[in-house]
Design a protein around this ligand. Structure first.
Ligand code: BGC
Length: 708
């Protein structure tokens, strides 16, 4: 008998339920009383996983209690939200998505795993794969943007990065793909609200990233807090048991979100804690994070016949199998002992951060800054704010270790005088500091305005309805702009900010998100031209909150939009086009696209077509172009979106250079969710569109035919 079977025979009900119980350590729940209680529970086998405890020594100490002092000696699973870096912080995921670079996505996850495992962590609650199209929702910052195909690439890269080739290795972290699913579709962008969408939309948009994570071998999955059309995901047997475990064959662990099992009572689908526990367990949720519903409710649920011992055992077995795969039974102290051979994490953070910066607008030749610039004013509440650079999920990363914009620019321009003032706070009503800040701008050659949100305005429980600059930042910006001198804006945020006036008036605006530990250096690289920007929006940028949700993959309408014409799909008061389309992002180079070809011009299922395109650098700066390949299925049994992303590619070109970009497009990738909700591939004509963004006006187009 293997050790898992032996344990299953030897365990009491309390010990079994203990393996399904995840609680926070004293690092999260303060006070010596709590710490003692947690330790006593570990000793008694009542806790199988711990959340929020890190640090080699701490991890070893708590693990020793489980291994040496509990009856069966089963090691603990130590877990943490390592979302975009652990000690070295990389850009927030929405910013990292703008890299469109699976290799770098993987590398930053690998580096985070190396640091987190050294701190004793064995599992991270990442990657977050919620496709999101509504920037009112604060958690849009945590995910890969609006596109399911991009999210699927992101899922695979992050899972590979966290888990490595061998989950049992000392520097591998178990990944938890979250939050299954449609959390990004909460009503009106309001946190924790219900989502109501069709089965088709689930299958086309919200489930594919989770399929990709499963295909990449994710060890675990977390159901979302929310309900979908009245069925909370924590109790959603059709999706968790039916789709995930049944259809996809997922055999890993399901971990509830924080307190979500007990919250089934608030959802109104369980009348007591035993019912809540039974609903979640029967839906396939193995671990109860923080709600104590399993410890309090499962024994009674068993007595009342709401669950069987077989169902409890199945969950315990999955948890123990995960611990085994992580190598915890062979060596519970493996993580936290050996320093990994990794590259320079700070250099990687700088590279990822400068690649995540999106140059949204730029007039004339204001950027890059002239190397002779002698006097700059760096103004705004985010100018010298290292703590804000690390974003809302900074794991063990410290704001004090992050490079502020001011420090980054000072280091890059040692000869330049840089005057700095905040002028206003991020979100207060005080105008007091504005006159002095404006004075600094009056005397400088150029102003860099550092505006945006602070970290508390993004992330969980940070939904907003007004997406313009908070507080009095607009007043500050307008006073500075009124001087009529050059102004470059650094816009820090976890979502697109809706400030059309700013794009109109400022000479240049850069989306600088929350860029992490190397934020200031990355921004200085871009401003000075040491790095030519390549970031591309992974999310459509609205011009007005009233347009939300606005995304590129819209379906055609019977009455296509005609600007200014009534009875077409449009608004009376605003264009339907966004401020910036998906994929938008300027460069100091200018690229010309030509010769889009597709060969052969017809193909059958199982075959593929070759697509190629010529790109020329027509500017005076070496640079890197990003090309997006979209398709449109012209006639199908279910109307297909006007554009659907199928691939992207980057090409580096020096001044005057040209080069071909090639893709092989498998015909089978053109399948879609048919009328019966199963994948179908239908013959007919497909348009291929290639461009530097999803702006329809700038796409090159060709056509091919899928023949039976
Ligand atoms: C969040 C999860 C997170 C968990 C543990 C919850 O509030 O929704 O994304 O993994 O807390 O920190």
């Amino acid at each position: 008998m293997n050790r898992i079977n032996k344990w299953l025979v030897a365990m009491t009900l309390e010990e079994k339920v203990g393996q399904l119980n995840m609680l926070a350590s004293s690092q999260a729940v303060t006070g010596p009383g709590n710490r003692r209680a947690v330790e006593e529970d570990i000793r008694a086998g009542r806790i199988g996983s711990l959340l929020n405890l890190w640090g080699g020594n701490q991890a070893r100490a708590v693990q020793r209690i489980a291994v040496d002092e509990s009856r069966l000696g089963i090691p603990l699973l130590l877990t943490l939200d390592v979302i975009h870096g652990h000690r070295t912080i990389f850009p927030v995921p929405l910013a990292e998505a703008c890299l469109f670079d699976p290799d770098l996505w993987e590398k930053t996850a690998r580096a985070a795993a190396a640091e987190a495992t050294l701190d004793g962590i064995a599992l991270t609650f990442a990657p977050m794969l919620d496709v999101a199209r509504d920037p009112r929702w604060g958690r849009i910052v945590e995910g890969p943007g609006e596109d399911p195909w991009v999210a699927s690439q992101f899922a695979a890269a992050k899972t590979r990065g966290f888990q490595g080739d061998d989950l049992g290795a000392a520097h591998s972290l178990a990944a938890v793909a979250k939050h299954l699913c449609a959390y990004g579709a909460v009503t009106a962008g309001r946190e924790y609200a219900s989502a109501d969408l069709s089965d088709r939309t689930l299958r086309e948009i919200y489930l594919p990233p989770f399929s990709a994570a499963v295909a990449a071998g994710t060890a675990a999955i977390m159901p979302a807090f929310i309900d979908i059309a009245g069925v909370p995901m924590t109790a959603n047997a059709p999706l968790l048991q039916g789709w995930l475990r049944g259809q996809l064959g997922f055999e890993g662990v399901l971990i509830s979100d924080y307190n979500a099992v007990a919250e089934l009572l608030n959802h109104g689908v369980a009348k007591d804690i035993a019912e809540a526990a039974a609903l979640a367990l029967k839906a396939g949720v193995d671990i109860d994070m923080m709600s104590n519903a399993y410890t309090q409710g499962l024994p009674e649920a068993l007595e009342r016949g709401l669950v069987t011992m077989g169902e409890i055992d199945a969950s315990v077995r999955r948890v123990l199998e995960l611990k085994e795969r992580l190598g915890l039974f062979d060596d519970p102290y493996r993580r936290g002992s050996a320093k990994p051979e990794t590259g320079d994490a700070r250099a990687l953070a700088r590279e990822a951060a400068r690649r995540a910066i999106v140059l949204l607008s730029c007039k004339g030749d204001i950027l890059p800054l002239s190397p002779d610039i002698g006097h700059v004013a760096l103004i705004g509440p985010l100018a010298a704010a290292p703590g804000e650079m690390v974003g809302p999920w900074s794991s063990a990363g410290l704001g004090d270790d992050a490079v502020s914009f001011l420090d980054g620019l000072k280091a890059a321009l040692p000869e330049c005088r840089i005057d700095s003032a905040s002028g206003v706070d991020v979100d207060s009503q005080s105008l007091q500091g504005i006159p002095a800040a404006v004075e600094l701008c009056r005397n400088a050659e150029l102003t860099v305005l550092c505006l945006g949100e602070d970290v508390s305005m993004s992330g969980e429980a940070a939904s907003r309805t007004d997406l313009d600059l908070p507080g009095c930042q607009r007043t500050l910006a307008e006073k500075v702009l009124d001087l009529g001198k050059p102004v470059v804006v650094l816009l820090s945020s976890g979502r697109p900010l809706v400030s059309p006036w700013l794009f109109e008036r400022a000479d240049a605006v850069l989306a600088t998100w929350f860029l992490g530990s190397e934020a200031g250096n990355a921004v200085a690289d871009v401003l000075t031209g040491k790095f030519n920007p390549t970031g591309k929006l992974a999310i459509t940028w609205p011009r007005n909150v009233g347009q939300v949700p606005v995304f590129y993959g819209q379906r055609p309408t019977g009455r296509p939009t005609k600007a200014g014409e009534r009875y077409t799909s449009s608004y009376l008061d605003l264009p339907v086009t966004p401020q910036f389309p998906f994929g938008h992002g300027l460069s100091y180079s200018r690229f010309t696209l030509s010769d889009l070809r597709c060969s052969p011009s017809c193909a059958k299922p199982g075959e593929s077509v070759e697509i190629s395109l010529m790109v020329r650098n027509d500017s005076l700066a070496d640079g890197e172009a990003t090309l997006f390949l979209f398709v449109r299925d012209l006639v199908a049994s279910v109307a297909r979106p006007l554009l659907e992303l199928k691939a992207f590619r980057k090409i580096a070109l020096s001044v005057g250079e040209q080069g071909w970009v090639n893709w092989t497009l498998p015909i089978d990738s053109l399948n879609f969710v048919g009328l019966d909700l199963r994948p179908v591939l239908e013959p007919g004509q497909f348009e291929i569109h290639v461009g530097q963004s999803a702006d329809p006006g700038e796409l090159l187009t060709t056509i091919f035919e899928l023949i039976p």
